[in-house]
Design a protein around this ligand. Sequence first.
Ligand SMILES: *[C@@H]1O[C@H](CO)[C@@H](O)[C@H](O)[C@H]1NC(C)=O
Ligand SMILES: *[C@@H]1O[C@H](CO)[C@@H](O)[C@H](O)[C@H]1NC(C)=O
Ligand SMILES: *[C@@H]1O[C@H](CO)[C@@H](O)[C@H](O)[C@H]1NC(C)=O
Ligand SMILES: *[C@@H]1O[C@H](CO)[C@@H](O)[C@H](O)[C@H]1NC(C)=O
Ligand SMILES: *[C@@H]1O[C@H](CO)[C@@H](O)[C@H](O)[C@H]1NC(C)=O
Length: 140
Amino acid sequence: MECGFFNTCRAVIVFIWAALTLLIVHVASATNISIHVAASEIERQALLNSGWWKDRIPHNTSDHCGWVGITCDYEGRITDIGLAESKIKGELGRLNFSCFPNLQYLDLSNNNLSGSILSQIGSLSNLKYLDLDRNNLSGE
Ligand SMILES: *[C@@H]1O[C@H](CO)[C@@H](O)[C@H](O)[C@H]1NC(C)=O
Ligand SMILES: *[C@@H]1O[C@H](CO)[C@@H](O)[C@H](O)[C@H]1NC(C)=O
Ligand SMILES: *[C@@H]1O[C@H](CO)[C@@H](O)[C@H](O)[C@H]1NC(C)=O
Ligand SMILES: *[C@@H]1O[C@H](CO)[C@@H](O)[C@H](O)[C@H]1NC(C)=O
Ligand SMILES: *[C@@H]1O[C@H](CO)[C@@H](O)[C@H](O)[C@H]1NC(C)=O
């Protein structure tokens, strides 16, 4: 490439530099978005696998953030699970708590959950509120 004027050369270089920067930012944020989508899909699958939401998915919402008892943050990660007095039976471990690292609030009181209180719950580092009262759980 022949650059007749110093300014033309500089303009070309600035242009290429700007284009590359934009590309890198774009790729980085697209990667970020796909990581977030993947993480919220794991959370959605964990809710479905528990079977606890079978009758609690409003017909008009495929987004699990709109399901009964679920609150998400702005990135679509679950922060609250509140299903007190919801007649849930079976093992507490049906819900895979390791899938909800952003969980802050968990209320499953007044159900009929059995099994032992899982170490998964203890490792939820953002948890601020926990109520498992009135179930059939054993300690540990
Ligand atoms: C990726 O997401 C995090 C928050 O989870 C944010 O702090 C960071 O700035 C994002 N990076 C890009 C390149 O968008
Ligand atoms: C779903 O329907 C309920 C009640 O019919 C309504 O309150 C809610 O806003 C609807 N949600 C969406 C996402 O349309
Ligand atoms: C729970 O989820 C974690 C992370 O996705 C996975 O490694 C683990 O095998 C799951 N546990 C069960 C019991 O499904
Ligand atoms: C809990 O489940 C057991 C066994 O299925 C049943 O006998 C009991 O009545 C249930 N308790 C409540 C509060 O639903
Ligand atoms: C409570 O759990 C124990 C075993 O963990 C079981 O034997 C018992 O039937 C359960 N009781 C109720 C009411 O579900």
